[in-house]
Design a protein around this ligand. Sequence first.
Ligand code: PMP
Length: 401
Amino acid sequence: KFNSVSLGPPIEVFELNRAYNEDTFKNKVNLGVGAYRTENGEPWVLPVVRQAEKALANDESLNKEYLPVLGLEAFTKAASLLLLGANSSAIKENRVFGIQSLSGTGCLKIGAEFLHSQLGCSVVYYPKPTWENHKLLFRNTGYTELREYRYWSDKNRGLDIKGFLEDLNQAPENAVIILHAVAHNPTGCDPTEEEWAQIADVMEARKLFCFFDCAYQGFSSGDIDKDAKAVRYFESRGFEMFIAQSFAKNFGLYNERVGNLTVVVKDNALIPHLKSQFTLNIRGMYSNPPSHGARIIAYILNNVDLCEQWKNNVKTMADRLIQMRKELRGALERLRAPGNWEHITNQIGMFSYTGLDEAQSEYMVKKHHIYMLKSGRMSMAGLTSKNVEYVASAVVDTLTA
Ligand code: PMP
């Protein structure tokens, strides 16, 4: 029966993690997966999350019954507010709603499905390069035109805004445009405020649909509000849009699979229509979302003190990543690694797009047991003060081998 099934390619980041776990080399370093690690290289359950979990575990009024198809409202409302801010006109005018889904990926999926099934969208644009899952997700949803817009210039080690705008200008009306809201993965390079304004101008003129992917709110500056500025700017200009919010990174709730799709519309009379169609799509996909992660976040965001503690936890993570960038650049310069390393500290968020090519990145893995993606992306979260020197000396060896 299954003779026709061919062997598919592995998913790079999961494959890399498996290889890392099996490696017995003492000084191995995992810079592959985008998951926060402490200064001791350990995963971190945020203290405020532990506290919320204890309180929820003791709350005997909670049970394990199904959540509604669109999720827990105490969570979706708080999540959309966190993103758009209290001054958002869309929120004041009741033109916003949220749908709880399976982390950022699930939000992208239900958004993609809705646009495809309800509006007939089949053209999607994402940046070159982008998070590796965008293409697979939209292809599996039935999009037939999977297109890249120019984003990163290897030559300038920065944003290719000219190419970006040219490509958007060529896009057909109603094309879905994926924009990384903050801390672009994998380049760590975001548009400036002026550049966001230019992007918004083209999106508006060409009638393109804005689908923000927001997986790192707080990870760039350490400040939740600052990191929402691109989304808030688009909202203030009156765009209708979807925003896929992941809470994997900023709450450290990776495997709880908690996300919120914030939907902003012009005409709030249509919200019941949209909700009814989302309900049918989701019912046919996974019926309803899990409650644990959503309850944790609702508990924290709806309590002023806990919310403050959470913001401090986020800042702790962002600050450590910034510190690791400094230490890595410092070590590379001290060891006279060939080339210029300013981009390491100019980039933001979880990743650094080092500039190592595919062969060099593979050499880092094979020779030095430093696990990183073939694109040259390193997760700054895998660095510690104890391994940064080793990583820098491996880069020097790789570049001079
Ligand atoms: N978008 C981007 C750009 C990401 O980097 C990630 C996390 N790797 C996600 C979405 C979603 O991840 P998750 O489904 O775990 O929230």
